[in-house]
Design a protein around this ligand. Sequence first.
Ligand code: GDP
Ligand code: MG
Length: 715
Amino acid sequence: MDIKIALAGNPNCGKTTLFNELTGSSQYVGNWPGVTVEKKEGRLKGHDNVIIQDLPGIYSLSPYTLEETVTRKYLINEKPDVILNIIDGTNLERNLYLTTQLIEVGLPVVIAINMMDLVNKNGDTINLQKLSAEIGAPVYPISALEGKGCLDVAEAAVKVAENHQVFKAPELPHVFRGSVEHALAHIEESISDKVDKNTLRWFAIKLFERDEQVLEDLKLPAGLTAHLEEHIKDCEAEMDDDAESIITNQRYEYIGSIIDACITKNRPKHALTMSDKIDQVVTNRFLGLPIFFAIMTLMYYISITTVGGWMTDWTNDVFFGEIVTDAANGMLESIAAPEWLSGLVVDGIIGGVGTVLGFVPQILLIFFFMSLLEDSGYMARVAFIMDRIFRQFGLSGKSFIPVLIGMGCGVPAIMAARTIEEERDRRMTILLATFIPCGAKAEIIGMITAVFFPNSVFMAPGMYFMGLAIIVLAGIALKKTYWFAGEPAPFVMELPAYHMPSIKGVLIHMWERARGFIIKAGMIIFPICVLLWFMQTYNFSFEMVEEMEESMLGVVGNSISWIFAPIGLGDWKATVASIAAFLAKEDAVGVLAMLAGAAEDAEEAQVMESLSKLMPPMAAFSYMILNLFDPPCLVAMATTYREMGSRKWGLFAIVFQAILGYSLAFVFYNLGSWYIGDVPFGLMQGIALFLVAVALYFIFRPAKPYVKPQESAHA
Ligand code: GDP
Ligand code: MG
């Protein structure tokens, strides 16, 4: 028989870190709430019969959020053999609130006090024996990050689970007092034949709180419900408060008494920790945003313009340009390869895939810095700062978490939107989250900047901030429409204490993000480059062509280039690249390089040089804008389509993004060309101004007062 251990705890208490430590897997560890929504399973290292489940992070077992509902349904209905409750040792008070509820569920509980490294560093002491005696569950100190004590507590949990069949559950701690206990006792008595003995307390408390889900599940006879209601009303009258608040207050009083008895703090009760002091500056109402912008600018500057740029130059010019190309040429000569094969290898594969991989150092650097910021706890602050700003426009900070994740890849970002309760907000977030440059888009930014705007410091970070701006502006405009109106969802998040990120952790995170990127380069970009190489080398009669323009690709590109002409991409090569980028954004770079015949004159290592001849800078800028804001790659589109939940919404998302991307490119290209004096003011510029006016109207028009839609009967 398998033993099931469920990991339960607050968001950011270290569940996923512990889960990875125990199972040897690498689940995503994120410093914000709601990264785990579905439960994840793994087997305990060295114990094949023990299954560990990573549950979503929750603060309570009330029925108010998706995470809470998922967790409590699982605990009550599927009854794991033991709950391993992880507690953030630096924040016992808040964490114990959940613990008191978990114990009431009636399953055996083992407690792991995590972050002991931080507790020790702060100089605080926790009396574990006393705590264990008070709560009535075994307590173990661990540090999931350092991997200390993890196996011990897991093995203790296994023992408890094995013994549970023999021993009965221990006595519950005395959380409630006076008339509350009296009422609870009455309720327990009335339902004792309806629920399992172990879960009696849980159901009694939930009935006392008038928890609708429990009322519905138990289907008590009307007479009984009325009888219970009398007891509850009596208690409410006596305590002069509503039932739910009475329970909450007594829980906190109980926790307060435990804290006083079991914890000695190194510093006076209300003194500020180092973390608090940093937060006073970093999340400051006025400084928060400028600091965030400064950090992001620096990150992009280092990753794309300077260090990352040098590294990419080297991989492109020396590694792929000389070493790999020479090796390939040597090999091709030695086997006397036919012309088509050398063309395929040198132009198609090295020119296309090689260029994409050439940008990997930049991407790795961005991912490295992001992991650093996330692991230190800073990204959680960013979500907090953004919530404050978003809220003023009727948007929720919850929407910003997918955006942060989207800086790695849009696919997990779209999935992360699942943590947003409100369906309208969730859809809107899916629609907008991919506008933040992901790794592949960062590559486009890197290439266009390096080739066309090598002296611009602000081009790369500017694109990043433009992504943010479009998300906010489009969000404001959408919120004012009938389909997305509504109050922003509340956003509660505890800020974890800052800590020194571990090198191991940061490198693992960086790799998690980069892996998908590199695999994609192989799985999607490789075949596309081969296909496009074939299409640019042969014509429709399958004869090799002299001039690329006569090839299949040239003919197809020329026949649809009118679509892209208004945004400066009327050249068939640019058209083809724009289409290819639809499949995977990395192609935006790889295909351009291939079309420019990058590897042909790779002797000179002039990848960049030949690219820069492909189109004027203004068109390149337009190309970049188009690719940043049109629908994301195929995989992300498929995810969007699925997560939107209906064909109508799926199509809407893609059409919306297509129109937005094209319009932005149109406006920037036409107004830009006029501004720099390339063209006089004409029809195109007029249309561009009109589009700007339309956008401004949608952003600034007054919002209609929101009328909550009528709840449908079966909802
Ligand atoms: P979850 O939300 O409960 O799954 O928490 P995570 O596992 O995602 O961890 C949240 C943050 O706490 C991450 O940045 C971890 O690196 C950090 N963390 C987890 N365990 C420890 C620990 O024992 N000590 C310290 N200092 N940090 C930890
Ligand atoms: Mg987690």
